[in-house]
Design a protein around this ligand. Structure first.
Ligand SMILES: [Zn+2]
Length: 749
């Protein structure tokens, strides 16, 4: 393999500067620095101009939390008070330039001499104020302290005195922790949350100088509790929209209560909790996003059930949709996440680094976590250096790495209620259904290198959507009348739309509609119940396969009369001039019978419309999910062609080059930051990254707003300045080599 120096030499010689790009600009300050790469040729970019820059922030009114850029946590165990070297612990995080550390108060075991009844002291505490010593060590070094609590479990003595605190099964028996069965699970509707948790918070406030409070283990992320205690048995059944409403109300009530208690001592203190869980977060994220000052995404690493490398950046897009610039972090487990767990052992540096890089690309502050201070400082120290090195690197570039807003021309409606409550179509029930749908559309958007955001279905006001050329609704089954109306307004104002499968077939309470809520807009009528696959899935027959100028969504399909359909579809009534029609699925085995008994129908496999400036595409099949299940090239091509048609091929940011990458572009205080994550790796969808396979030159183009001048472009990972060109407001620069991550940081005047 070439080392960087050799590569740059050969790379620079191999890529000539294109004379057509006009003069290359570089400031005198930069002239002395190494200029890397050259502006490659390539297609003339068809760029959507970036919006006018935001006014400068008023730093005086910024809450302190918005200045936090690095978070550290050694998750303390009961044994730590006996063995942890507090000075070494504090020195590590301070040396890594963490600005805030999590310190355990807990609720399961007290790490200080708590007087709150049932707040059991850890057996190695021996009356020592371990929590207080840790807070003092952090403060001495200028680090802030999060008081970390865990209200989810407690011990038999508490259960005996307060049987009403426990979560219960249908038969009335108590729900216990499976690994330590002495611990019972506490019910969030019980007085445990109203009395016990506030008592601990007030005790902490009375004794210590903490900056904010956090609860681990509550509220649940990604799923809803299923409790049958005396209170919960009077509630609607868990997992239903009616239960979700009650659950959201209770989470909101407790959150506000805890936040008010945090502020009793210091008005700039606050309460926060885990809100991760990706597109399927437990509580309604929009509701909590209104009051949360810190979005904590607990998405610590990959496992075999979530093998995808982009899980963390996907989480970042969720945070951006909810928080709109307010503070968010994602926890990177420096320990080995996976189906089989070694929670007190390190994962490798490459895997930890890609997760931290995704955290930054996703607009969140990096947060490193290891379990057990004793184990993390004595038994296994492999996580320490890579984590600290990465943190220290970020500290050099805080201004460029803090995004103010994403720059994207495509919005993907994430449909949190559909993710959480919709059980899949009648033909394909399963909790993983919407997860796979999201992964399918996400994968396609990465393959197409689009600049996109997630949009929550409760944030569809015109003000929120006006920056998007196109809105995608990947089987957003549940939509209220109001949300359907907002989508209509968006299209009326010139926006384009792609929707698939059961989108709008259910209302916000999961009540099925007789026909699509968006049927008028999409120009479709349902002709029957969902049809699944038994043998061959359906095909989509091309109406004019030999047409000299095929419709743009059919570009690249030649030598065939049909292409792949999808696994499931909603049958539609015929529409005039359908480009693709359904050839119903048929036997795949035995081959003797593998032919279509019905080879031509007038059932549409796509419906396209144009209304003024708006373009609309609807696929009756679950094409995003089928693409995820199969990786079928027809489906990928169809999705990318359709998105290109909707956006008229216009890009917010264009990144040209080879390889499979994720790209996120941010407007920053100094200018712009284009984050490139390199997923060109055999381990991208399984296990850990074992090594990095660098990719070659990537050419980045942006159309700057009028009057914006470029001072410099730096490649933050490579640690070098980049040569750039600026012509007719189009900025182009090259990242000659991308290892697992690069950030092109543009400083403007
Ligand atoms: Zn209960």
């Amino acid at each position: 393999m070439l080392n960087r120096r050799t590569f740059l030499k050969t790379g620079a010689a191999a890529v000539p500067v294109s004379a057509a790009l006009g003069a290359l600009h570089s400031t005198s300050a930069l002239a002395a620095e190494p200029i890397v790469g050259a502006i490659a040729g390539g297609r003339a970019p068809h760029l959507h101009p970036l919006p006018a820059r935001l006014p400068a922030e008023n730093l005086a009114v910024e809450p302190w939390v918005s200045r936090i850029r690095r978070v550290g946590q050694s998750n303390m165990t009961e044994h730590d008070p006996a063995v942890m070297n507090i000075e070494e612990w504090a020195d590590y995080w301070h040396g890594a330039q963490a600005q805030i550390v999590f310190i355990s108060v807990t609720g399961i075991l007290a790490f200080y001499p708590s007087k709150v009844k049932f707040h059991k002291h850890g057996k190695y505490l021996h009356g020592r104020d371990f929590f207080g010593e840790c807070v003092a060590a952090a403060k001495k070094r200028g680090m802030r302290a999060v008081a970390r609590m865990s209200p989810d479990l407690n011990w038999p003595e508490a259960l005996e005195a307060h049987p009403e605190w426990a979560m219960r099964f249908k038969d009335g028996s108590v729900q216990h922790n499976t690994q330590e069965p002495q611990l019972f699970k506490t019910c969030m509707f019980s007085s445990y949350m109203d009395d016990y948790v506030p008592a601990i918070m007030r005790e902490i406030n009375s004794l210590y100088d903490v900056d904010c409070f956090y609860t681990n283990g509550w509220p649940p992320i990604g799923s809803l509790p299923d409790c049958h205690c005396a209170i919960c048995s009077k509630l609607p059944p868990s997992g239903t929209p009616a239960y979700w409403q009650v659950f959201n109300d209770r989470v909101f009530e407790l959150w506000k209560k805890y936040d008010a208690i945090a502020k009793e001592k210091r008005p700039d203190s606050f309460f926060f909790a885990n809100l991760g869980g990706n597109v399927r977060g437990g509580p309604n994220l929009v509701l909590l996003g209104e009051i949360a000052e810190w979005f904590q995404a607990d998405n610590q690493g990959r496992s075999y059930s979530t093998p995808i490398i982009w899980e963390c950046s996907l989480q970042g897009r969720v945070c951006t949709a909810i928080m709109e610039g307010k503070f968010a972090t994602n926890v990177t487990g420096a320990y080995s996440t996976g189906a089989v767990t070694w929670r007190n052992g390190s994962k490798n540096a490459e895997e930890a680094r890609i997760w931290l890089s995704e955290t930054l690309a996703g607009g969140m502050a990096p947060y490193l976590h290891f379990v057990g201070s004793e184990d993390g400082f004595c038994e296994d120290r492999r996580w320490q250096k890579p984590g600290a090195d990465f943190f220290r690197w970020t500290a050099k570039h805080d201004a460029h790495l803090k995004g103010r807003r994403t720059l994207a021309n495509i919005g993907v409606v994430m449909g949190q209620s559909t993710q959480l409550l919709y059980p899949g179509p009648a033909t394909e029930r399963g909790r993983g259904y919407m997860y796979e749908t999201t992964q399918g559309v996400y994968d396609a958007l990465l393959r197409g290198r689009y600049a996109f955001d997630f949009v929550h279905e409760d944030k569809l006001e015109p003000e929120k959507l006006k920056g998007y050329t196109a809105l995608l609704l990947p089987n957003v089954a549940m939509l209220s009348e109001r949300q359907c109306g907002q989508i209509r307004d968006y299209v009326r104002s010139g926006g384009s739309l792609m929707a698939s499968f059961e989108t709008s077939l259910y209302d916000e309470n999961l009540r099925p509609r007789a026909d699509f809520g968006l049927g008028d807009l999409l120009g479709i009528e349902k002709a029957g119940a969902v049809i699944g696959t038994n043998g061959n899935a359906y095909y989509a027959r091309i109406a004019h396969p030999d047409a000299p100028h095929p419709h743009p969504i059919l570009e690249g399909f030649s030598n065939t009369n049909w292409i792949a359909g999808a696994q499931n579809r909603v049958p539609l009534k015929p529409v005039p001039q359908s480009l693709l029609t359904v050839v119903p699925g048929f036997v795949s085995y035995p081959p003797e019978l593998a032919y279509p008994p019905v080879s031509h129908t007038d059932e549409p496999a796509v419906v396209l419309r144009q209304m003024g400036a708006s373009r609309i595409a609807y696929f009756p099949g679950d094409i995003e999910r089928t693409y995820w299940l199969t990786g079928h090239g027809d489906l990928q091509r169809l999705l990318l062609n359709t998105i290109n048609w909707l956006t008229r091929g216009e890009r917010m940011v264009q990144v040209e080059g080879s390889g499979f990458i994720e790209m996120v572009c941010w407007e920053t205080a100094p200018g712009y930051a284009v984050h490139l994550l390199n997923y060109t790796n055999p381990d991208a969808q399984h296990g850990w990254l074992e090594s990095i396979d660098p990719i070659g030159p990537q050419t980045i183009s942006l159309k700057l707003p009028a009057g914006v001048r470029v001072q410099s472009v730096e490649l933050l990972r490579a640690g070098q300045s980049a040569r750039f060109s600026l012509e007719n407001g189009v900025l182009r620069f090259v990242a000659p080599r991308v290892e697992e991550y690069e950030v092109g940081a543009v400083t403007v005047a």
